[in-house]
Design a binder for this molecule. Structure first.
Ligand code: BMA
Length: 859
């Protein structure tokens, strides 16, 4: 048995310390020497903690890569087994003498019995909770054996399902794949919903020690957590009330010193008397002339590094360091002329939210490296997003995620972890949820990025809009019970817990309309799925503009290089079994095909099809987001479904599992710019809007042109404009008949450009007059390409053309290669230079290929 210990800072769930001094509380990370076995086998294998059963089986060569081909089907046995983990450790003598010795499991997934030296410490049953336990009496001076026994999550939930007496809906729980028939077991277990399968995710109901295990020791006092409540914030002064929660092993007097780590300034220092047990000490301080925290696009997300120190006679006893942002954030829902508002106000300013819904980056959460996490958040920021919604079927993310959002200025709409299902309401379940909510509030509440707590994903909508009563044929008693369980959880317990531990707003469900009927677009937030599920053209977004769009989207396939990671060449076709296993949405391919063929007509090869699905998705979602932005301030936010993927699959994501940007992510980056120009093809008029999210007015020049695909200019105009802050207005309109007389509509494009007084492009946009398949996109173009290598190792690819080319898609086989722009149109007379950043793997500019819509449509 290996023995390895790492002494480092105290890191309990409420704390993010980075320092340790003599005399302080200490922590040992218990991450070494772990082994695992199947419960009914004697054979032990090396294991990784944090980690999970599937990844340990993979690393030991006992299963193949779960995402490859049809391995998902072959690995369903794993969740029906019990698994055992063990390690051993010893404790330094000085630590052994301390007053308090605690083991802390930051996360156990999910049904686990924990034993130390043969004594059972506790049983866990909620993946989202932490499990601190006093081990002073059980700890041995020499070797200590720690064992964690995981019960099968399937076997544990089955009796609960069997005894409930009525079915609870969980439409995404792929119980059939799991081999348990119609038993939707996910709702009984406080575990990530998407582990049971989703309409973009596989089913792997894993088990494991998914977050770190620590041995914490301390004498006298320990900081449990610190809350920073911003009582008032202005550009002159921030008044902050901190509440320091301290545990004391005996009565004593301690100094609490709160200071700024960056400047050394001491904000407050006070000696307090502590009683044995828990102490809550309020301390007020002010920060004058504060640098405010702003969301991406509006300013710097300034962070203050605040240290809270406990000391006695100049000796530091414990400390806690956190990055906080000074800002106010509120959700404003007030009656107005259009119904009821729904917008976020940051530092007193309404802010239009531009973003996406976020899911975990992997089914096996510990596979997500820090680099991958950062690349996803950075990609969101690079795409001009200012909000992500952490969707309720996944997990409360790790610290790294929220730290990155703090640093990149990305606001978070945080769901609690409930999605698309109905849940039990017995005492144990509710108590478990209450503890989960409390712990996550305490862990996350100091992050400036968090803007809103939201009860769940789509439960309210499901109840009122999905005809559940009819579908499940519940008796009146059962139906009343399910509804009252819902109300108890999402309208009583969770909001009351939020109010107790944080001062942010709570929204009961996404979407929540408050009332049903013809008012859907006048109040609340909305998920609009009519375009995808109803196979309707994207122009439908024009007629259904809500106060805040928190979900809408369209599926596409990931690039061929991503498909090649899971399908053999002969399987790379739509009807192969492997491809079908990597399309989880009901009628998914049919719906993709409806859109693609309506817009582009027939396709001839699978790679062309994949490319068309991406273009379709990009054009569709971009059209929606552009519509929402034009409709501000009626609509004050647009979050499409979904930012990222958790495995390689056909999905709504804009960034695929391999990190490749789909056409959608490029398109969204463009249409989320702080200022955009937008051309609307109305009944009789063509109208050109400018939309600004900025807090100051902008002087610009608006130029419009009507061009033939061969470059001939048919119409041209330009005018100076002033775009007031945070507005959407029409600056130019022209009678359609006048503009389009004497031209064929299938060979023209309208261009609009906003430029600054020094002629820098602010934004450009185009309008075509017809579906793509109707356009006369010519194969006979002369695309000139020149490539130069830059000093920094990147390449510049300069492109120009004699006739308009749509949807230029550049690709190389390199794994993490990046193009500064892609899937764009190239207009005669407007050359374009793209930067290529070679990545890992087979990065070679000589292998560059170019696909165009002009060729694919004329294939
Ligand atoms: C939304 C989400 C997810 C789902 C997506 C696509 O309603 O909340 O549950 O994956 O639709 O169907």
């Amino acid at each position: 048995m290996l023995l390895y210990m790492l002494i480092f800072v105290l890191l309990s769930p409420g704390n993010r310390s980075t320092h340790k001094a003599a005399g302080e509380a200490e922590s040992i990370l218990i991450d070494s020497g772990w082994e695992m076995r199947q419960a009914d086998s004697d054979e032990w294998y090396p294991a990784e903690v944090p980690g999970c059963v599937h990844m340990d089986l993979l690393k030991n060569g006992l299963i193949a890569e779960p995402y490859y081909r049809d391995n998902e089907e072959k690995q369903q046995w794993i969740d029906k087994e019990d698994w055992v983990y063990r390690t051993s450790f010893s404790v330094p003598a000085d630590m052994f003498q301390k007053d308090m010795l605690e083991l802390n499991f930051d996360g156990l997934d999910t049904y686990a019995d924990v034993f130390l030296n043969g004594t059972k410490l506790f049983s866990a049953n909620n993946m989202f909770r932490t499990w601190p336990v006093d081990i002073k009496k059980v700890l041995a001076k020499g070797n200590n054996e720690l064992v964690v026994y995981f019960h099968s999550p399937i076997k544990m939930a089955e009796p609960l399902w069997d005894s409930l007496g009525y079915p609870l809906p969980a439409s995404n729980d792929d119980s059939e794949m799991g081999g348990v028939g119609n038993k939707k077991l996910s709702v009984f277990t406080r575990k990530a919903g998407y582990h049971y399968g989703w309409d973009w995710g596989p089913r792997f109901v894993t088990s494991g020690i998914w977050r770190p295990v620590y041995l914490n020791s301390w004498n006298g006092v320990k900081i449990e957590n610190v809350q920073f409540i911003q009582e008032s914030v202005s550009i002159h002064i921030a008044e902050i009330k901190s509440v320091v929660s301290i545990r004391a092993s005996r009565r004593n007097a301690t100094a609490i010193i709160i200071s700024n780590k960056q400047t050394g300034e001491i904000y407050v220092s006070k000696v307090v008397r502590l009683r044995k047990g828990n102490n809550q000490i309020p301390l007020h301080f002010t920060i004058s002339e504060p640098s405010l925290w702003w969301s991406n696009g509006l300013g710097q997300p300034h962070l203050y590094e605040i240290e809270v120190k406990l000391a006695s006679d100049q000796v530091t006893l414990d400390r806690d360091i956190q990055n906080i942002g000074i800002r106010t954030i509120r959700l404003i829902t007030e009656k107005d002329s259009m119904g009821e508002s729904f917008y976020f106000e940051l530092n007193g300013h309404p802010v239009f939210m531009k973003g996406a819904n976020y899911i975990p980056n992997d089914v096996f959460i510990n596979r997500v490296s820090d680099e991958k996490m950062e690349s996803i958040i950075k990609a969101a920021a690079d795409a001009n997003m200012n909000m992500l919604r952490v969707w309720g079927g996944g997990i409360y993310e790790n610290e790294r995620f929220y730290d990155l959002c703090d640093e990149y200025g990305i606001l978070i709409w945080q769901d609690f972890m409930f999605a698309c299902s109905m849940y039990p309401g017995d005492y144990d379940f509710l108590a478990s949820v209450e503890a989960e909510v409390r712990e996550n509030l305490i862990r996350l509440r100091n992050h400036p990025s968090i803007a809103l707590w939201c009860g769940n994903n789509e439960l309210e909508w499901a109840w009122f809009g999905w005809g559940l009563n009819r579908k499940f044929k519940w008796s009146e008693t059962d139906s009343t019970r399910i509804r009252s369980d819902y109300i108890r959880l999402f309208e009583e317990i969770i909001p009351a817990t939020v109010a107790l531990y944080d001062d942010r707003d709570y929204w009961p469900s996404s979407p929540s309309f408050r009332s049903y009927g013809p008012h859907l677009d006048r109040q609340g937030d909305r998920h609009l799925w009519d375009v995808w599920k109803g196979s309707r053209p994207w122009t439908l977004y024009l007629n259904k503009v809500p106060r805040f769009m928190s979900e809408f989207g369209y599926q596409s396939y990931p690039e061929m290089s991503t498909i090649s990671t899971f399908a053999l060449p002969e399987e790379q076709k739509l009807d192969s079994r492997v491809m079908q296993l990597h399309q989880k949405a009901r009628n998914g391919n049919q719906r993709i095909n409806n859109g693609v063929s309506r817009e582009f007509g027939d396709w001839t090869s699978f790679p062309d099809y994949v490319y068309l699905t991406q273009l379709y998705q990009a054009y569709d979602v971009r059209f929606g987001a552009e519509t929402h932005r034009r409709n501000m301030p009626h609509c004050m936010g647009t979050l499409y479904w979904q930012l990222n993927d958790c495995w390689p699959v056909a999905s709504w994501a804009g960034i695929d599992y391999e990190g490749r940007w789909k056409a959608l992510h490029y398109a969204i980056r463009d249409i989320y710019k702080p200022i955009i120009v937008s051309i609307v093809n109305d009944e009789e008029m063509i109208k050109v809007f400018a939309v600004s999210d900025l807090l100051t007015e902008t002087k610009a020049r608006l130029s419009v042109q009507l061009l033939k695909f061969n470059g001939e200019i048919l119409y041209s105009d330009s005018l100076p404009i002033i775009i007031p802050q945070q507005t959407s207005q029409v600056y130019f309109s022209i009678d359609k008949k006048r503009l389009l007389s004497n031209t064929e509509q299938d060979e023209i494009v309208m261009l609009a450009r906003l430029s600054s007084p020094d002629n820098q492009t602010i934004h450009e946009n185009t309008l075509y007059f017809g579906r793509n398949r109707e356009l006369k996109l010519s194969r006979n173009f002369n695309l000139k390409k020149s490539v130069t290598k830059n000093k920094d190792g990147t390449y510049s690819i300069s492109l120009s053309t004699d006739v308009l080319i749509r949807g230029i898609f550049l690709s190389t086989p390199g794994q993490t290669d990046f193009f500064s722009d892609n899937y764009f149109d190239l207009i005669p007379g407007k050359p374009k230079t793209i930067r290529w950043v070679p990545g890992s793997g087979n990065a070679d500019i000589g292998l560059l290929t170019i696909k165009t819509l002009n060729e694919v449509l004329n294939g």
